[in-house]
Design a protein around this ligand. Structure first.
Ligand code: UDP
Length: 327
């Protein structure tokens, strides 16, 4: 049986489609420099992850989670992990404050999505989207989908935590490709991978308790889980996903309107202009969460209805935005 042991979890390959993820009691911080065993941590994180994945799946966010098979084991789809960690921030904390000198607790006007290269030896450095694409860690298409999905997850989780009096400061997601080639969320989502503060007091409830030696780590993790388990009805969330399609004539095709514009610019003595090509834009708003399938659906709409693939080429991007004030 093929097995892989990480810092806090063991992965057992069951077949080419599924894995069993076992949550141990280990906790670590600072690139594994500080480690400890905390009684019941595995169970609490396993149950928290299961609950959060179930919630995300309810909202049609595609994840690797299939079911809980014991208090410490999850059955999940096997994925090839994309070696880029995605961090989403609502409030400044942690490495963001160290990097930019901004005060902990500064609220952002809108959530920020950052990419980090998953490479222990380099201490998981921040990486630009362009560099990650250039080095083939992911494609441009993956990047636009991943950012939109992460923002939708943030919208959902912020609402969920707000309903149990917690503030979602930031969190980390990992994405992978399933055996069917589907882009889905993988790994775990727990107090180890997010920052949560008590709404009224700002008390720290997450792994920062361990990083900063604040004590009672598992008591706080358990409290988060217990509050999550009181949720019976999920809040109604208005999802807004937008796909943008830029349509332009292929370079080899004559563009008479562009040509007319070009000549007019020359007549008006604009200099150093070599050519002008005109195109069009379409944006489609969906009232659903972003996903790779929605991206593919837009591609199909674009090729079948919006453009003529014989003479035109298209460029797609995906965005997620919040319009309402739920959270
Ligand atoms: N995070 C994580 N795994 C990592 C790095 C970060 O789960 O390898 C989480 C971390 O718990 C926090 C968020 O991602 O919720 C942002 O972490 P940050 O970049 O601030 O780094 P840190 O302060 O944890 O070094």
């Amino acid at each position: 049986m093929e097995r892989y042991s990480g810092k806090a979890k063991d992965i057992e390959l069951l077949d080419e489609k599924e894995v069993k993820i076992h949550f141990r009691d280990s906790i670590s911080a600072f690139d594994g420099e500080k480690t400890e065993e905390l009684l019941n941590k595995g169970e609490v994180n396993c149950r928290t992850s299961a609950k959060l994945f179930e919630i995300l799946n309810e909202y049609n966010i595609e994840t690797h989670y299939l079911k809980s098979i014991s208090s410490r084991d999850l059955l999940c789809e096997k994925v090839d992990i994309i070696p880029v960690e995605i961090v989403c921030r609502n409030i400044a904390a942690g490495s963001f404050c160290r990097r930019y000198g901004i005060e902990i607790g500064t609220n952002f006007d809108q959530p920020l999505v950052e990419f980090f290269l998953k490479e222990d030896e380099l201490h998981d450095p921040l990486i630009t989207e362009e560099a990650a694409i250039l080095m083939n860690y992911l494609s441009g298409e993956d990047a636009t989908i991943i950012k939109a999905v992460t923002l939708a997850v943030n919208h959902i989780l912020r609402n969920i935590f707000k309903s149990i009096s917690l503030v979602l400061v930031d969190f980390k997601l990992e994405f992978g490709r399933s055996h069917e080639g589907k882009l889905i969320i993988a790994d775990e989502i727990s107090a180890d991978t997010m920052r949560l503060w008590e709404i009224n007091t700002g008390e720290i409830k997450d792994k920062d308790r361990y990083r900063k030696d604040l004590g009672d780590v598992i008591q706080h993790y358990k409290d988060i889980l217990e509050r999550l388990e009181t949720i019976t009805e999920l809040p109604n969330i208005e999802f807004n996903t937008k796909t943008n399609i830029r349509i332009s004539l292929k370079d080899s095709v004559l563009d008479p309107a562009g040509e007319v514009t070009f000549r007019s610019l020359k007549r008006n003595e604009y200099e150093n202009i070599e050519s002008v090509r005109l195109g069009k834009n379409a944006s489609i708003k969906f009232s659903s969460v972003p996903s790779e399938s929605l991206y593919k659906k837009t591609q199909e709409i674009s090729n079948r209805i919006l453009s003529n693939p014989l003479i035109e080429e298209t460029k797609l991007s995906m965005e997620y935005f919040e319009t309402s004030n739920e959270g």
